[in-house]
Design a protein around this ligand. Structure first.
Ligand code: NAD
Ligand code: USQ
Length: 406
């Protein structure tokens, strides 16, 4: 297949591009490299040394003889260029990773909120609009998030996207209907993914676009089979307070002797998936495209759930690192349970990699190897969800003390 990977220079997009190229597909990365600019804005860098996208694709060609093509396009702003590219290349499938994906970054200031909404919603809408305009019947696979559901604790498993509901009609009977599971986003970023869902629903119903939305949990790990093939194919690894995700952060903190930063009581339960499984799931989803006219196919792309404090304790036990209990910069439930259905990927043959598989050590090894690249002053998560929380986070002496750990 000819596959366009939008956002293919990122943490999930790069290993997915390599995997698909390795499997024999013709891969085109479309990316505006905004994530690299955001690193510059925040004064951080990936823990792992990342070469330019051109150099990465050159090394891939050198190692495998296969070409990955790169196109510098801003999906949110370059509508005409995107439309022309799609019209000329007519990919069979499009994988859409190209959004601003950090919740803390999306909550930093009014500017960051505006940027996240306009970047994410316009990127998705421009793509859908262009596909209809040029009559492109490609299978669109989008990376959404478990966070659209809001991690609620209602004593039931979260279904894969849809909920059977009943509504009382005027004549007193109950009419059954299938609805999108109600969204309850916990950040501006997660809100944009909830808006994406509505865009997909409309374009599938109105124009027959074939769309799969993958509601993915937190991705951990760094290497995949292909990124391990050469030092310069290495994946991005974010550890900073905005882009670093919880498990990868805990592992790198442990590796460099920084206290493990648990927010609040660490009572939040989240869904997780290893990067290698994330890549596999996308491949499985590609092979299971919906038919024209079918509703949007929604998968929960996760393999296990864990409570944040359990992860902190696990990493602490594994490495001897101490745990710091910090005021939570986010507005989120202090404690939540989470049960999630993921039957569809299991039925398609996914054999999940779990935390028990020994890959935690692999991440610690990577973290130790590149520890010299870490700026410890960038580890604290200081983006506060509300002005009130911001005052608490700033006032707390322990947090300030931790920020200056060196
Ligand atoms: P990332 O920030 O590493 O990669 C995103 C890529 O998209 C970057 O290379 C960036 O430059 C590009 N991009 C952003 N806006 C663009 C635009 N307007 N035009 C062109 N390119 C643009 O993020 P990631 O961790 O690889 O996540 C990829 C996708 O998966 C995101 O949509 C995210 O919401 C979703 N996701 C990620 C995780 C996770 O834990 N990392 C979990 C669930 C879902
Ligand atoms: N947390 C800590 N300490 C830290 C960092 C985070 O206790 O040092 C806590 C947070 O308060 C939160 C939980 O860990 O309760 C998860 O935070 P996170 O930053 O790992 O994950 P999140 O903000 O939810 O976002 C990440 C990705 C996002 C993706 C989402 C999937 O950045 O792109 O959509 O995971 S999910 O969480 O399932 O919605």
């Amino acid at each position: 297949m000819k596959i366009a990977v939008l956002g293919g220079d990122g943490f999930c997009g790069w290993p997915t591009s390599l995997h698909l190229s390795d499997a024999g597909h013709e891969v085109h990365i479309l990316d505006n490299l905004s994530r690299r600019w955001i690193d510059t804005e925040l004064g951080v860098q990936s823990l792992t040394p990342m070469d330019s996208i051109q150099e990465r694709t050159r090394i891939w060609h050198q190692e495998t003889g296969r070409r990955i093509h790169f196109h510098l396009i801003d999906l949110a702003k370059d509508y005409q260029i995107l439309k022309q590219w799609l019209a000329e290349e007519r990919p069979d499938a499009i994988i859409h990773f190209a959004e601003q994906r950090a919740a803390p970054y999306s909550m930093k200031s009014d500017r960051h909120k505006n940027y996240t909404v306009s970047n994410n919603v316009n990127a998705t809408h421009n793509l859908l609009n262009a596909m209809v305009e040029i009559g492109l019947d490609a299978h669109l696979v989008h990376l959404g998030t478990m966070g659209v559901y809001g991690y609620s604790t209602i004593g039931a498993a979260i279904p894969e996207g849809y909920l059977d509901a009943g509504i009382e009609t005027l004549d007193g009977t109950t009419k059954k209907m299938e609805i999108l599971y109600p969204t309850r986003p916990g950040s501006i970023y997660h809100m944009t993914k909830s808006l994406d869902q509505i865009l997909f629903q409309f374009y599938a119903q109105n124009d027959g676009l074939r769309i799969t939305d993958l509601h993915q949990g937190i991705v951990w790990g760094t290497h995949t089979e292909q990124t391990k093939r050469h030092e310069q194919l290495i994946n991005r690894f974010d550890y900073d307070g905005d882009y670093g995700t919880v498990l990868n952060r805990f592992l790198i903190q442990a590796a460099i002797g920084y206290p493990i930063t648990v927010h609040g009581t660490g009572g939040q339960t989240r869904a997780f998936i290893h990067i290698q499984d994330s890549v596999r799931c996308i491949d499985l989803a590609l092979q299971d495209a919906p038919k024209r006219g079918e509703r949007v196919k929604i998968f929960n792309q996760m393999t296990e759930t864990h409570r944040v404090r359990d992860l902190a304790e696990l990493v602490s036990k594994l490495t001897g690192a101490e745990i710091a209990w910090l005021p939570n910069p986010r507005k989120e439930a202090a404690e939540n349970d989470l049960v999630v259905k993921n039957d569809q990927f299991l039925a398609l043959g996914l054999d999940p990699i779990t935390l028990r598989e020994g890959l935690l050590d692999e991440v610690v090894e990577v973290a130790k190897k590149y520890a010299y690249r870490v700026d410890r002053s960038r580890i604290a998560a200081v983006s506060a969800w509300t002005k009130e929380i911001s005052k608490v986070v700033e006032r707390d002496p322990e947090h300030r003390g931790l920020k200056s750990v060196s």
